[in-house]
Design a protein around this ligand. Structure first.
Ligand code: GLN
Length: 245
């Protein structure tokens, strides 16, 4: 059996995702899948039609949306997400998948986000994270945050049509950059507030149905455990494959 996973290749870190998919699907990998992964770059509608799953990379969400519109891909991408096929958005890709964010979006995941909510390029940072469900869950994952979006809220209606959201990773308060702690605990014109561990802004990875969102860049590390999670749980959704985790 084989599955074609597309990577939106209009702008941003698509080459890194394709390399990770190629590395992950090579026969020597420890993931030992029974299914063969076939990664393709997606630049046109006909590329998208060949895909059973899609990864939307990090980059510039506004530029990606503009290029998607110019290439006639915006509506086909929206339809792809709506169809319930597996989609993973990393950073700018996460912004595009949000249902709220004040710009042209694909939507599909019940979150609202703030672009560049972690600050400017200079405030980009790396930190160790724990993510539920990945192989060797106790071993931290290196989270690379580059002008990453903040998840401001979960907007799921909870109605029969909305799939439940599973939060997969939060930044522990103790790993928060100092600049954020200052900003968030002493907002302009307001009293100092205590941050709680369940503040939605600490969420950095979640899943809704077969859609996965990470506000950081797993493809910029050589640790393929989040890619493995996506392939086994969202794409293949096959207990036989999931047993290997
Ligand atoms: N700040 C970028 C945006 O708004 C996202 C950054 C990234 O993908 N690393 O699209």
């Amino acid at each position: 059996m084989s599955v074609t996973i597309g990577v939106l290749a209009l702008q941003g870190a698509f080459a890194e995702h394709i390399s990770a998919l190629t590395r992950f699907s090579s026969p020597s990998t420890s993931a030992s899948l029974k299914t063969c992964i076939h990664p393709i770059p997606v630049k046109t509608c006909s590329d998208l039609l060949r895909c059973e799953a899609l990864i939307i990379p990090g980059g510039e969400s506004t530029t990606m949306a503009l290029l998607a519109r110019l290439n006639g891909l915006l509506e086909p991408l929206r339809d792809f997400v709506k169809s319930g096929k597996p989609v993973w958005g990393t950073c700018a890709g996460a912004i595009l998948l949000a249902n709220g964010g004040g710009q042209e979006l694909l939507g599909g995941v019940d979150i609202s986000v703030e672009r560049n909510g972690w600050g400017s390029q200079l405030e980009s940072f790396e930190t160790e994270l724990h993510m539920i469900g990945i192989r060797n869950e106790d071993v931290p994952f290196r989270g690379v945050f580059i002008r990453a979006p903040l998840i401001l809220s979960l907007t799921s209606t909870g109605g029969p049509d909305s799939e439940p959201i599973t939060i997969l990773s939060r930044i522990p308060l103790s790993h928060l950059p100092n600049s954020r702690i200052q900003l968030w605990t002493a907002p302009e014109n307001g009293p100092c507030r205590r941050l709680s561990e369940d503040d939605p802004r600490l969420i950095v990875a979640l899943r809704q149905g077969r859609k996965l969102v990470t506000t950081f860049h797993p493809e910029l590390t050589l640790d393929d455990r989040i890619l493995e999670y996506f392939v086994k749980n969202c794409v293949l959704d096959d207990p036989e494959e999931a047993l290997d985790i």
